[in-house]
Design a protein around this ligand. Structure first.
Ligand SMILES: Cc1cc2nc3c(=O)[nH]c(=O)nc-3n(C[C@H](O)[C@H](O)[C@H](O)COP(=O)(O)OP(=O)(O)OC[C@H]3O[C@@H](n4cnc5c(N)ncnc54)[C@H](O)[C@@H]3O)c2cc1C
Length: 395
């Protein structure tokens, strides 16, 4: 009889560790994995106050891409996108990586020009980008209405062939399982409620189950970074805004690509299972709410239906929301916190899923070597205080 293999082993924390990671989302789990696998750090704990994946990592719309604009961020996103390709084999877990291609629609000549300019920057960074005519879009997405019937007709699109999707739950289990195999303690139901800082150096975490000491502490708490900043007394320029998502009933396959309208704030993709994910803009105000609103859902459905009129019969069967922790320059905060021994990997807004592999890899490198790696040197917290913010676009 085949031996049963426990997928994950959840632990109560020990009293001391080499590295404590606060936050059991993808960023915390991937950092734990890279620390154990490539830096041979032995005693690592991931503290998660709920269950792993209860934050944005289990709520996102699974889009992976590298079509940002800023020269400071493009090499990072390109590497992260490439890293997904080899991850299923590395983690020994099928992450259902589908580089299906991403089509971003333009509804005016101005948008086409802006996409061409972004495309130049993206191609210079080695990212594959093409422009599509309405006829080419129609051939690729027959269900899309490109006629003049719509209020803002489709006049072109940017095509990012290497963009696509990865199954977010599979990614979570893949990293968590691999980290467990390497001896990482994943401690669910353990909440960081404060920190011990002595002479400017972090020495431990206060939790709901007692104090735990550590040589290094790494923060990867998604939408809760400002709460941690308050505990630490660190000034932190982040606002937390929910994003709502819906999904339809299952349908026969009809949509091969990820299709987005940055101008109209919606995007959609058909999953392998057959349902259609309907994503869109952030809520208009800051909060930590986790419910959906009729206004946002109905507006989103109306906007997508205008371009996919054949979907009028489809039923929305589920909706959820999650938190996006956003900075003013649409780039994350990684590396030093200003407190020795305590590092950050937060403020990933709505682009943290795609960033998981590279964020985990470079967080681990920074934690071990104490030197900020080249690829994340523009993501430091200090950029908000010395006028060196990233020139990113919000798409
Ligand atoms: C609706 C939605 C759609 C999105 N779509 C995409 C997309 O298509 N592509 C993309 O790239 N990104 C997307 N994102 C963004 C992406 O989901 C996040 O950036 C990413 O999941 C962040 O991962 P994380 O591990 O940093 O945080 P999380 O997954 O949020 O994990 C943080 C964890 O920390 C825990 N925690 C918090 N405070 C404490 C504490 N004090 N002690 C212990 N544990 C604590 C939380 O419970 C949580 O589990 C989307 C986000 C949302 C909300």
């Amino acid at each position: 009889m085949a031996a049963t293999q426990k997928i994950l082993q959840y632990k109560q924390p020990e009293s001391t560790y080499d590295v404590i990671i606060v936050g059991g989302g993808l960023h915390g789990l991937s950092a734990a994995y890279y620390l154990a696998k490539y830096h041979q750090v032995k005693r690592i704990a991931v503290l998660e106050r709920q269950y792993i994946g209860s934050g944005g990592s289990g709520r996102n719309t699974e889009m992976v891409r590298a079509n940002k604009r800023a020269h400071e961020t493009l090499p990072f996103y390109k590497e992260s996108l490439e890293m997904w390709d080899g991850l299923s084999a590395e983690l020994e877990w099928n992450l259902l990586v589908q580089k299906k291609g991403l089509i971003a629609l333009a509804h005016s000549d101005g948008e086409v020009d802006a996409m061409r300019m972004q495309g130049d920057a993206q191609r210079r960074a080695g990212i594959k980008i093409d422009m599509l005519s309405p006829q080419e879009i129609k051939r690729m997405v027959p269900a899309l209405d490109i006629s003049d019937r719509t209020a803002l007709p489709v006049v072109g699109a940017q095509f990012h062939p290497e963009g696509g999707t990865v199954h977010h739950d599979a990614a979570l289990w893949g990293y968590a399982k691999a980290a467990c195999r390497l001896g990482v303690d994943i401690c669910e139901g353990v909440e960081a409620v404060g920190f011990n800082v002595e002479a400017g150096r972090a020495t431990g975490v206060k939790t709901n189950v007692g104090e735990i000491s550590a040589d290094k502490i790494h923060i990867a708490v998604g939408g809760y970074s400002s709460q941690i900043a308050r505990m630490l007394g660190v000034k932190f320029p982040v606002v937390t805004i929910p994003m709502q998502v819906m999904t339809t009933e299952l349908m026969a396959p009809f949509l091969d690509y990820y299709v987005a309208s940055p101008r109209l704030h919606w995007y959609t993709q058909q999953t392998l299972k057959g349902d259609l994910i309907l994503g869109g803009q952030l809520d208009p105000w800051q909060s930590w709410k986790s419910y959906n609103t009729w206004e946002e859902c109905s507006e989103r459905v109306a906007s997508i239906l205008e371009y996919f009129p054949d979907l009028a019969h489809a039923r929305v069967v589920r909706s959820w929301s999650g938190l996006c922790d956003c900075t003013g320059d649409s780039a994350p905060v990684m590396g030093p916190s200003g407190i020795e021994g305590l590092s950050l990997d937060v403020a990933w807004g709505y682009y943290g899923f795609k960033s998981t592999p590279a964020a985990g890899k470079y967080s681990a490198e920074y934690i071990v070597k104490g030197k900020v790696p080249e690829k994340i040197k523009h993501f430091g917290l200090d950029r908000f205080f010395n006028r060196s913010r990233v020139r990113e676009i919000i798409i």
